[in-house]
Design a protein around this ligand. Structure first.
Ligand code: GLU
Length: 550
């Protein structure tokens, strides 16, 4: 039996051979240095922060080099699949502006000429490549049952040998073609394994774009390439897909570093040029003085939905991820406050080779800065979109008082150093509830009066202000002049400085007086600009808040 006949016998019904696919998927005609890379999730339907971080870097590197970023779905492990997994992955990423040039679009559509981009639809291709290895005597059928593999492992543990299927432990390697055929004809189930040419005592070097040179022993394990269901393992699918899809850079989580010797060996036995690898370290969390990987199970902030619920703008998350990826990004952004991430040049070499600490506080800070630079109308629209999903009472108020609400968001906004009241959209109501009569039900003790506390004095200040000094029409300067007049009338200094120079001559200063007007209106001792707030209220609502007859 020739090797070719043997390969046909082991993997029958394979339509095309390897050469066919080599020709079908041409080399990409891209400019020098263009990065072709991919996001390759299993369709478990859940994009978490770590995955978003990887996808963000992948897209950015492809974009900035005029390369290609594509989506491939790795669904050869049928057990892990969930329904609509693909759609939720695409949707979650699109929400963050992470779009693909090529690959899977949804459960049924894809774009690009290097497909199918869903692994379970590529069975014939993998098998064509496996047949080539069988023909080269670099792969063989293996017959061990789960039980037998377990026995090998237990023996290795007992004698403290390396665990795995290699060397003399790889029993099936030693069957002749005829013996193997005989077994199969008798109904023995089998898988296909690589006949590893590696030597564990020799070293290979991985030149990782992020981690630098890593020396590791060669792979000598006869790893599985085709499973009993005819589908490939991750290792083999990676070789076939990234070769045929003409991937230049495999950017992936660093849990794969230890598999790199297998991958480099696979490229080597086929005589293909291996892609460049860039292994990303995980996002870490500090807990009880120790660092650990951010975990899907333990950390709610690992889920991207967490940020959506809080109403943290996606842009802020992306800014954060850029900061984590390249620490010089922050300085760049300070120098270019209106700059876009797309304008920043990211560098593999500046990505931390060890885990970066995940910093929720920093995200909140970026979010606050981002919101402070939006137009009031945008704060309104985004705040409303958030509220419609999570707080219908507030959404109704925003809709009922649209212009008024925009007016609130506009206070101290369009300036060089805008006010930063809102950390995220779920924070809006907490900050401005007192501006809506529907939400305003304070108790006496809620009023944060400061130096002036006497109810009688407060009442007189309020009524004097409304009768004598308040005017709906005046500009801010005139308004402030009136506040000073009011202060003077009650024995308070017109200026803080004046008071400080002669504290004995005054009961206090202008700040004490404006505090009374502020607190009586809002309950709060700290609010945005009081002049703007009063403008928004207007006379009637102020009289009402101050408990005065209209
Ligand atoms: N499907 C693999 C995973 O989800 C992808 C790793 C890779 O990018 O090669 O971990």
């Amino acid at each position: 039996m020739t090797n070719k006949e043997y390969a046909d016998f082991l993997l029958p019904n394979v339509e095309h051979d390897m050469d066919y696919y080599e020709k079908k998927y041409p080399y990409r005609d891209l400019k020098e240095g263009a990065i072709v890379t991919r996001y390759a999730p299993s369709p478990t339907g859940f994009v978490h922060m770590g995955a978003l971080y990887a996808a963000f870097i992948e897209r950015k590197m492809a974009r900035q080099t005029d390369g290609v970023f594509f989506l491939r779905i790795e669904d050869t492990d049928k057990k892990r699949e969930v329904e609509n997994g693909i759609e939720s992955i695409v949707r979650d990423l699109n929400n963050f502006g992470i779009t693909f040039d090529e690959g899977v679009v949804n459960e049924t559509e894809e774009k690009g000429i290097y497909g199918p981009y869903i692994q379970s639809k590529r069975k014939d291709i993998y098998q064509a490549f496996a047949k080539y290895l069988i023909e080269q005597d670099l792969a063989y059928p293996a017959f061990e049952t789960e039980e037998e593999l377990k026995e090998i492992r237990e023996h290795q543990e007992l004698v403290k040998d390396r665990i795995g299927y290699y060397g003399d432990f790889a029993k099936s390697r030693f069957f002749t073609k005829e013996e193997a055929v005989e077994k199969i004809k008798n109904g023995a189930p089998y898988i296909i394994r690589l006949k590893s040419p590696g030597d564990f005592n020799k070293k290979i070097v991985l030149n990782d774009a992020i981690k630098g040179k890593i020396e590791m022993p060669e792979n000598d394990m006869d790893i599985v390439i085709i499973k009993s269901d005819g589908l490939p393992t991750y290792h083999f699918a990676h070789l076939v897909d990234d070769h045929l899809m003409r991937t230049t850079h495999v950017i992936r989580g660093d849990e794969w570093v230890s598999s790199a010797p297998i991958h480099l060996q696979l490229f080597q036995v086929f005589g293909f040029k291996a892609p460049k690898y860039a292994h990303i370290s995980p996002l870490m969390k500090e807990e009880n003085g120790a660092r650990r990987k951010l975990s899907k199970r333990k950390d709610p902030e690992m889920a991207v939905s967490y940020y959506h619920e809080k109403g943290i703008p996606n842009e802020a998350i992306l800014l954060y991820l850029a900061t984590v990826a390249n620490s010089n990004f922050e300085g760049w952004l300070d120098a270019n406050p209106t700059g876009k991430i797309d304008d920043f040049k990211m560098d593999f070499k500046k990505i931390s080779p060890s885990g970066s600490l995940f910093d929720l506080e920093k995200i909140l800070n970026l979010s606050k800065n981002f919101i402070s630079r939006l137009k009031a109308e945008e704060v309104y629209e985004r705040g409303l979109a958030w509220a419609e999903e999570y707080d219908s009472e507030f959404a109704d108020l925003l809709k009922k008082y649209k212009e008024y609400s925009i007016g609130i968001f506009d206070i101290e906004r369009n300036k060089k150093k805008p006010r930063k009241d809102y950390t995220c959209f779920s924070d809006l109501k907490n900050q401005i509830w007192y501006m809506y009569d529907e939400l305003y039900h304070p108790n006496k003790e809620d009023f944060e009066y400061q130096n002036i506390k006497d109810p009688k004095e407060i009442e007189t200040i309020l009524s004097t202000y409304m009768e004598k000094y308040y005017s709906e029409e005046e500009d801010e300067q005139t308004w402030f002049g009136h506040m000073k007049d009011l202060a003077a009338e009650f024995g308070y200094a017109r200026e803080v400085k004046e008071y400080k120079n002669n504290p004995d001559q005054y009961k206090g200063h202008i700040g004490d007086i404006s505090m009374v007007l502020r607190v009586a209106l809002t309950t709060k001792s700290m609010t945005p600009n009081l002049y703007d707030i009063m403008k928004l209220f207007g006379r009637d609502r102020m009289m009402e808040r101050y408990g005065l007859k209209k």
